[in-house]
Design a protein around this ligand. Structure first.
Ligand SMILES: [Zn+2]
Length: 293
């Protein structure tokens, strides 16, 4: 079971979030048929969205989007306050060589922008954008927190892809220095994080989110929140029909003229929906009734 934990260090105001989401990222890999470099990039984006979702309130959602000039072009991951996550990649079949023994996510993404969009409910949105610093996602998220939210933060993400292309380990941690944290603690943390092993090696060694958080900060923690993580897409036929309605009368009439069943695939979960000619005609009738009324 994939798990997200949120904690506070005893004595010092450090917010620490830990995550193991190996099953979720493996599921995303299977749905989107991603090659290893893309699996690593996508996994880090998924984990990043989940870490950010730990800061949401009931009913809210966060969307991460990376647009770069590298071969991956675009990666999107979104997570809601219940740690339900989904996403998509524009180019699933990219695989580059290793860099320093790691999958070269930075080169695959290239230069570009990280967008952070928060759906705060009641049609209220927050939108923050930063230039990518490395394209490795974790450092870009830390930079986003510093620039857009004025929060000193550390983000570490790791995905390990096995030789059979399956995801063997995925997760991460995030530390926020809250107001009132001492200078000594900041210096201590900076030193400690320099010598830290990668998150993926921690997970491969069987560590859970709590052990990852403890290894990251080396300080006693109180766990304040715990959520199960899973890949979830809320799409259904009604939503597909809504997107057809949104095409407008002229486009729907063109679809009717073609005389074929329209096949729509959800880009988040790859579920296919067939919209029949009868259904298209009933949508047209409903639009006509609406314009008459
Ligand atoms: Zn879907």
């Amino acid at each position: 079971m994939d798990l997200l934990l949120k904690g506070m260090t005893k004595g010092e105001p450090l917010l620490v979030v830990g995550l193991v989401d190996t099953e979720t990222v493996e599921k995303a890999r299977i749905i989107h048929d991603t090659y290893p470099t893309v699996s690593a990039a996508f996994g880090r984006m998924i984990s990043g969205a989940i870490l950010l979702s730990s800061l949401l309130k009931e009913g809210q959602k966060v969307i991460l989007q990376v647009i770069g000039d590298g071969p991956l072009k675009e990666v999107v991951a979104e997570a809601d306050w219940l740690c339900r996550v989904r996403g998509y990649v524009k180019e699933p079949h990219i695989h580059l060589g290793l860099k320093d023994g790691k999958l070269d996510v930075g080169r695959a993404i290239g230069n570009g922008i990280l967008n952070v969009i928060k759906d705060l409910g009641l049609r209220e949105y927050y939108h923050g954008s930063v230039l990518l610093q490395t394209g490795e996602i974790a450092t870009d998220l830390a930079y986003y927190f510093k620039v857009s939210e004025q929060i000193p933060a550390t983000v570490s993400l790791g995905v390990y892809v096995d030789t059979d292309n399956s995801v063997k380990a995925s997760g991460g941690f995030m530390i926020h220095a809250l107001p009132g944290v001492s200078e000594e603690t900041i210096e201590y943390l900076e030193e400690r994080l320099k010598g830290l092993r990668t998150v993926s090696s921690m997970i491969l060694n069987g560590l859970g989110p709590k052990e990852i958080m403890e290894e990251a900060v080396g300080l006693p923690l109180d766990i304040i929140d715990r959520k199960e993580v899973f890949y979830y897409c809320p799409c259904n036929k009604d939503r597909v029909m809504d997107t057809i309605v949104a095409l407008g009368k002229k486009d729907i009439e063109e679809l009717v003229e073609k005389g074929e069943t329209v096949n729509v695939m959800c880009r988040f979960c790859k579920t296919g929906y067939a919209v029949s000619q009868e259904e298209l005609l009933s949508i047209l009738k409903a639009i006509d009734r609406q314009s008459e009324g």
